[in-house]
Ligand binder design. Sequence first.
Ligand code: ZN
Length: 195
Amino acid sequence: MARKTGKSEEYVLSEIELQRLWNECKALDSQIVVGLLVFCGLRVSEAIHLRLEWIRDEEIHIPSQQKCNCAACAKRGYWTPKTSHSVRLVPVPGFMKPLLWEYLKTHPEGLQLSRQAIWYRIQHLATRAKLPHIFPHALRATYATLLASKGLTGPEICAVLGWARITMGEHYVRIAEARGGAREKIKQIWGTKYA
Ligand SMILES: [Zn+2]
């Protein structure tokens, strides 16, 4: 599992790359797809199943179960999140709120896209933004990295991302602290001025 974390971490987008990707999201549904993954940290399966009734008090409430007949759920007749820890409250960033409301007002059933369609869309946007191939875990890992760099604790990151193991969140915090610490120490070694 530690390997999986390390692997997705290699593909975390920098803030500049993230801005470039977001700039290519011109259509509302592209903003919703990318925004739910990278600015709300939803899993692809959660983003696909999000619907108007999940929104209460301007937050996303991920339910423990929902009736669904999409190709992935048809056999069971309902959707469930990955684990019991995935049932959670997810805050929506201020700039995303009007976009999400506008979309769900006309699409109360949500995106209704397949996992493949979501990834096809993201790769298309990434190509336009001149970014390398984006891996499925990269957008959630980018969100976790962003939260860690803004000072959220490991348990706080786990609560928002729906991770059971606190070490997952702590991993991102340690990386963020190491980056900040390394930068400061390197400045002290060589100074910040060019000769
Ligand atoms: Zn479904």
